[in-house]
Design a protein around this ligand. Structure first.
Ligand code: B12
Ligand code: SF4
Length: 440
């Protein structure tokens, strides 16, 4: 559809943190909205604070973001690590802003709850440039910490949860523009959504991809249900078309799945996608930075992954000593062993199979963790320590609050996994020891 409707500015804010790396991280939610809004005729201006060349490129299109050291916010003073703003410089942000004509509305996304200072900074600067233009904030922080976001982000309107249907209604209200297309039917047919607008990315180096939304499980530390209450998935052939579209238009080979539950009913979903790509003679290199359910890795799945060139494999074990099943609803004893056997038999090397072990959980026993690290190594895989970030609204939140040395309710900055907020006896020496053990 020709873009003759009102102009909108879409902003992906900076990351403010102690550490951040582009490990297949693209603002897929905002890209999704951009694709939808373009399809409805809006003129979309894209301002991505992370849209810059990597300071140090890594494999498969990943890499280090440029970082500018800045003073840590008062709540984080005294942490002996260097806080910083990741992404483009503030001057580059202002310059990009000044090239945008005055929009009818500004849409800002948000990701990790503890990255909100980047959200607030981007909104402040956008307001300076465009006084009086309504600013709408959505995304993960806005959904998980709505009250905080209302008070501290500087946005005029806050939208929680999936944004597709809601944003069309709100923009009609703000702009008075009525796109000449029927209402969205995403709940009934997820494939009625246009593709995310990856063509707007300045440095596209891989395809971020969703084949399903949500997860039918409900692990106590996870926010999946709060963010996507209904599990839905796309038609496999529609996913194939999207992959081919981006390969043809952007020349990309690497693709990263963002699904929470990619392997559910793999025989009539993922394996169909992979088989169809093979039938059409099209080659990709796939990555699963968000973790796969080990329980669902059968012999057929493992072979399918290998044939289709899965290069970055992460399994979400995320529990402590393999077998303590109280937090994690997705793994029974023996299932990790079976999954790793299948992967090894399919030809994956130890280095290629990363197993996320969630560390820093409330009441986690360090000895248990050491046992888990060793066990994963014995099983021929690589333990990857994933630091726990407490999330409001999850079943584990009350316990997280009770055992944290920070007032988690007072400020989402304390959700930062780099602080080990729920590990009372945390020390860098202990963490370094565990990291060394995992790297052995
Ligand atoms: C993919 C993913 C990743 C990817 C990349 C994420 C990225 N783009 O940067 C990777 C694997 C790198 C990653 C890493 C981590 N992640 Co992560 N990740 C996710 C996941 C599974 C999906 C996010 C996503 O892209 N969804 C798809 C898009 C389409 O949805 P969306 O962004 O929510 O957008 C929709 C709405 O929010 C809304 N919307 C969005 N923007 C806007 C704007 C406006 C104006 C409006 C109206 C609406 C709107 O509409 C969109 C379309 O419906 C979420 C869980 C989940 N199910 O959401 C966890 C999640 C965000 N991650 C989480 C965590 C803990 C982490 C890690 C810390 C894990 C670890 N221990 O290492 C790291 C930290 C990353 C870092 N420091 O760099 C937590 C959040 C914690 C927190 N406190 O905020 C989550 C919620 C998972 C959980 N544990 O429950 N993650
Ligand atoms: S299986 Fe993964 S996505 Fe699903 S609830 Fe558990 S941690 Fe969240």
């Amino acid at each position: 559809m020709p873009q003759s409707g009102p102009a909108l500015l879409l902003i992906n804010p900076w990351i403010y943190d102690f550490a951040a790396y582009d490990f297949f991280a693209r603002p897929l939610g905002l890209l999704q909205l951009a694709g939808l809004l373009e399809s409805r005729g809006y003129t979309v201006h894209w301002l991505d604070c992370l849209g810059t060349a990597h300071a140090r490129p890594g494999p498969f299109g990943t890499g280090r973001y440029p970082k500018e050291i800045i003073p840590a916010p008062p709540a984080l003073q005294g942490i002996s690590r260097r806080y910083g703003r990741y992404g483009i410089s503030e001057a580059a942000f202002r310059e990009r802003l000044s090239a945008v004509p005055r929009p009818a509305a500004i849409l800002v996304t948000s990701l990790m709850t503890y990255w909100y200072p980047g959200v607030a900074a981007a909104i402040r600067l956008a307001r300076e440039q465009f006084p009086g233009v309504p600013v709408i904030l959505g995304g993960i922080y806005a959904t998980l910490c709505p009250e905080h976001a209302r008070r501290h982000s500087g946005a005029d309107r806050l939208m929680s949860g999936p944004g597709e249907a809601a944003i069309l209604g709100l923009l009609e209200e703000i702009t008075g523009y009525h796109p000449p297309l029927p209402a969205l039917a995403v709940q009934e047919d997820p494939d009625s959504l246009p593709y995310p607008a990856l063509h707007l990315l300045e440095y596209p180096s891989y395809i971020p991809l969703l084949t399903s939304w949500g997860c039918p499980l409900d692990c106590t530390y996870c926010a999946s249900r709060l963010l996507q209450p209904v599990y839905r998935r796309r038609q496999p052939l529609a996913v194939v078309e999207e992959l081919l579209h981006w390969q043809d238009h952007l020349g990309l080979t690497d693709a990263a799945f963002y699904d929470d539950a990619l392997l559910l009913s793999a025989a009539d979903h993922l394996l169909v996608i992979l088989a169809e790509l093979a039938r059409r003679g099209r080659t990709f290199r796939f990555h699963t930075p968000n973790g796969l359910h080990a329980r669902l890795i059968t012999r057929e799945v493992a072979r399918g992954l290998k044939r289709a060139h899965f290069a970055t494999l992460r399994l979400g074990v995320e529990t402590t000593a393999l077998g303590r099943a109280s937090l994690d609803h997705k793994l029974n004893p023996g299932e990790l062993e079976a999954a790793l056997n299948h992967l090894r038999a399919a030809g994956f090397s130890s280095a290629e199979i990363g197993v996320y072990l969630l560390i820093g959980l409330p009441d986690q026993d360090e000895a248990e963790l050491i046992t888990s690290i060793r066990r994963v190594q014995q099983l021929g895989a690589t333990p990857v320590l994933a630091l726990y970030s407490p999330i409001p609204g999850t079943a584990l939140w009350p316990r997280a609050q009770a055992c944290s040395r920070y007032d988690l309710n007072a400020d989402p900055l304390f959700h930062n996994n780099s602080l080990f907020p729920c590990w009372p006896e945390f020390s860098w020496e202990r963490y370094t020891r565990l990291k060394r053990l995992a790297a052995r």
